[in-house]
Design a protein around this ligand. Structure first.
Ligand code: NDP
Length: 345
């Protein structure tokens, strides 16, 4: 059945893929919000997508403006809420991260209820709402909540926890109960090609590996998922009417050494980090990286490997994930395409 699906933060890295897939793999009408309609850098790649002329409409909305989505959601069937600040180093974590994430989510949900037509809401959370560090021997599932982050420790992760908690509390209020189906998608580090030249925070690591910004191999193990799979998961969550609750969305966890190995094999012309940096040295250096990035490094370096269970998303949404190897290679090819890394020597 053809629906009208609203995508918040439509110009973002993940959301642009969601919009593209909605236009090319479904017959749905797509509405999307951006912060500034006049900023062609944020809209041109969307309006030039196949079928955009007939089925894509963009509107302006800021998460922090009360009622910003009230008019926009009128007549929509589903909302995919991706917009949330994804930055690690900020001046004021409450103002710059937590408020837009939490108040923005509530703003969206209030507009959903007042629309009277939206029956499905899919929100982009993150693995960081489940944990902000690996725990050896523990495979993270949808039952896990990150209880460690706060405004000083991994404030971005904290913003994702606060936004999700606010949403679950909102749906439990008697006036909102059973008004709509709520799904949270929890991607790990998202890599893969981008619709714009902007380098997403999660892709920076691949850029740093081949541009000499990483002086040695950092003892960092992380879960990865391709941006095209993340987009597909959101759309499946709209389509599969039994989908409900939280979904771990990740392919595999890899140590940085393995990422470097694959890149070195396929793209030998770059100068790669070749020796392991001592963890103690990275921890000291992390204090010069800014509060957000530094805090992230300290909660991950030398903490062992991530384990997680992605069985629920595979079973409920029929997801199969691309190999991390393909994603890593496609990421570098895309960084080169945009001129964000030089060609090989
Ligand atoms: P982007 O930075 O590309 O996307 C974030 C989007 O949020 C942008 O469209 C941005 O708009 C919008 N946004 C930020 N603040 C506001 C605001 N105050 N009002 C309106 N819109 C706002 O990053 P991603 O695509 O990676 O992030 C999308 C979602 O995915 C986020 O919720 C993020 O937390 C989540 N996520 C990302 C992961 C990753 O590895 N990339 C992993 C797990 C979760 P603008 O372009 O105008 O700044």
């Amino acid at each position: 059945m053809t629906k009208t699906v609203f995508v918040t933060g439509a110009s973002g890295y993940i959301a642009s893929h969601i919009v593209e897939q909605l236009l090319t793999t479904t017959t749905h009408t797509v509405r999307g919000s951006v912060r500034n309609l006049k900023d062609a850098a944020k809209t041109a790649h969307l309006t030039s997508l196949p079928h955009a002329a007939e089925r894509l409409q963009l509107v302006e909305a800021d998460l922090t403006t009360d009622g910003a989505f009230n008019q926009a959601f009128q007549g929509c069937d589903a909302v995919i809420h991706t917009a949330s600040p994804y930055v690690l180093n900020v001046k004021d974590p409450q103002r710059d991260l937590v408020d837009p994430a939490e108040q923005g989510t509530l703003n969206v949900l209030r507009a959903v209820v007042s629309s009277g037509t939206v029956r499905t809401v899919v929100i982009t959370s993150s693995m960081v709402a489940m944990t902000d560090e690996p725990v050896p021997g523990h495979a993270f599932t949808e039952a896990d909540w990150n209880t460690k982050s706060n405004l000083k420790r991994n404030a971005y992760s904290y913003s994702k926890v606060r936004a999700e908690k606010a949403a679950w509390e909102f749906v439990e209020l008697p006036e909102n109960k059973d008004k709509f189906r709520l799904v949270f998608i929890h991607p790990f580090a998202v890599i893969g090609p981008s619709h714009t030249k902007t380098v997403n925070v999660s892709v920076e690591i691949i850029q740093e590996i081949v541009t000499g910004k990483m002086p040695g191999i950092v003892d960092l193990n992380f879960g990865y998922v391709d941006v095209r799979d993340v987009a597909r998961a959101h759309i499946r969550a709209v389509e599969v009417e039994t989908a409900q609750g939280r979904y771990v969305c990740a392919a595999e966890a890899w140590h940085l050494e393995k990422v470097i190995e694959v890149l070195k094999r396929e793209f030998p012309g770059y100068c790669y980090p070749s020796f392991r940096l001592p963890n103690a040295l990275v921890c000291v250096a992390s204090y010069f990286e800014g509060q957000g990035r530094g805090s992230f490094l300290r909660s991950h370096i030398g903490k062992g490997g991530y384990e997680f269970d992605n069985a629920k998303i595979k079973k409920d949404l029929g997801m199969e994930f691309m190999s991390v190897e393909t994603s890593v290679m496609d990421t570098l090819k895309d960084l080169r395409k945009w001129g964000n890394v030089p060609e090989e020597k």
